[in-house]
Design a protein around this ligand. Structure first.
Ligand code: C2E
Ligand code: MG
Ligand code: MG
Ligand code: MG
Length: 285
C-alpha cells in the first residue's frame, strides 16, 4: 500500500483484496450466462410531477438474481459488465425489455432507461434505439435515456453528436446523478438535455446541510434558464418533497412514492394513481 513508505519488503498477502477479486471474477463468469438463463428482470420506479403529484412515468432498473450468487446489486455488477463489454448486450436487453413493457403501461407514461457511457462510446445506441422503436411502435416521445455525468468528461468525441442524433428521433436525454463530483455548469448548455437528475446524496442533505436549499434554488433557476427540467432522486420524506415544492423543482422519484417494483406491481400502482386522480377531480366538482 502507498502508506508503507520506506519499506521495500514484499507486500503481505491481502485477503480482503483477493476476496474482492475472486468475487468480481465469479460475477464476470456468471454474467456471461445470465442473459441466456433469463436471470435478469427489469423493475420500474415511479416518477412524479412535483406541482400536482401526477405520475408521469418510471425508471427501468435492472435486477439480477443468480442461483449461486443470490441477488447482486447493479452498483456491483454494472461496473464489471462495463469492464468486460458485456454491458453492450445487457444494455440492449434492458432497452428492448423496458420499451416492450412500456407498451403495457398507460400511454401517457414515459419510460426512462439507463444507458452506460460504454454503450455510447463502443456500442450503437442510435441503431439500437431506432430498431426498438420501429419494432415496437412505441412513440419516441415516451422514451428518455439516462446518462450519468461521469462519462461526459472523458473522451467526449462524437458523444454529443450521438446524443443529438438520438434526440432527433424524438427521444430525450436526462443527465443522471448530477452533483456527484463532475459537474461543469458550462457543459450543461452544450448537451441536448431535457432533464437533469439531482443525485439522491443531494436530496438526503436537504434541510440538513445549510447550503442545500440555496443550491437547490440556484439549480432550479439555472435549469429553468436553460429550459431543462429538474428531477430529484431519492425523495424519501414529506419534508424532502416540501423543499422541492418550495424551490420549483419539477419532478421527483424516491421511496416516498414507491420503490422499484416488478411490472405487474407497477401496473397496479399506475391504475391506482388514475383512480386517485379521478376521485380528486370528482371532489372538485
Ligand atoms: P440510478 O440510475 O441513479 O438509479 C437510482 C438508484 O437509486 C436505484 O438503485 C434505486 O433503487 C435507488 N433509489 C431510488 N429511490 C431511492 C430512495 O428514495 N432512497 C434510496 N436510498 N435509494 C433510492 P439501483 O436500482 O440499485 O441502481 C443503482 C445504479 O445502477 C443506478 O443508479 C444506475 O446507475 C445503475 N443501473 C441500474 N439499472 C441499470 C441498467 O439497466 N443499465 C445501466 N447502464 N445502469 C443501470
Ligand atoms: Mg438512472
Ligand atoms: Mg441517478
Ligand atoms: Mg445513482
Amino acid at each position: 500500500a502507498a502508506h508503507s513508505a520506506g519499506s521495500t519488503a514484499p507486500q503481505p498477502y491481502d485477503p480482503v483484496l483477493s476476496k474482492q477479486q475472486f468475487r468480481s471474477r465469479e460475477i464476470e463468469r456468471a454474467l456471461g450466462r445470465a442473459l441466456d438463463r433469463g436471470e435478469f428482470q427489469i423493475w420500474y420506479q415511479p416518477q412524479h410531477r412535483v406541482a400536482d403529484g401526477k405520475l408521469i412515468g418510471s425508471e427501468a432498473l435492472v435486477r439480477w438474481s443468480n442461483a449461486s450468487l443470490g441477488r447482486v446489486a447493479p452498483n456491483e455488477f454494472i461496473a464489471i459488465a462495463e469492464s468486460t463489454g458485456f454491458i453492450l448486450e445487457l444494455g440492449r436487453f434492458v432497452l428492448e425489455q423496458s420499451v416492450e413493457d412500456a407498451l403495457a403501461m398507460p400511454p401517457d407514461l414515459g419510460i426512462a432507461v439507463n444507458v452506460s457511457g460504454v454503450q455510447l462510446i463502443a456500442g450503437d445506441v442510435l441503431g439500437d434505439v431506432k430498431r426498438v422503436l420501429e419494432t415496437t411502435g412505441l412513440p419516441a416521445s415516451r422514451l428518455c435515456l439516462e446518462l450519468t455525468e461521469s462519462v461526459l468528461l472523458d473522451g467526449s468525441g462524437g458523444l454529443i453528436e450521438t446524443m443529438q442524433d438520438v434526440q432527433f428521433l424524438g427521444v430525450s436525454w436526462a443527465l443522471d446523478d448530477f452533483g456527484t463530483g463532475y459537474s461543469s455548469m458550462g457543459y450543461l448548455s452544450q448537451l441536448p438535455l431535457e432533464k437533469i437528475k439531482l443525485d439522491k446524496a443531494f436530496t438526503m442533505s436537504l434541510g440538513v446541510d445549510r447550503a442545500s436549499l440555496p443550491i437547490l434554488s440556484a439549480m432550479s433557476d439555472l435549469c429553468r434558464g436553460l429550459g431543462i427540467k429538474l428531477l430529484c432522486e431519492g425523495v424519501e420524506t414529506e419534508d424532502h418533497l416540501a423543499h422541492l415544492q418550495a424551490h420549483g423543482c419539477d419532478e421527483a422519484q424516491g421511496y416516498l412514492f414507491g420503490r422499484p417494483m416488478c411490472l405487474t406491481d407497477f401496473l397496479s400502482y399506475a391504475s391506482s394513481q388514475i383512480q386517485e386522480s379521478a376521485i380528486a377531480r370528482a371532489d372538485l366538482r
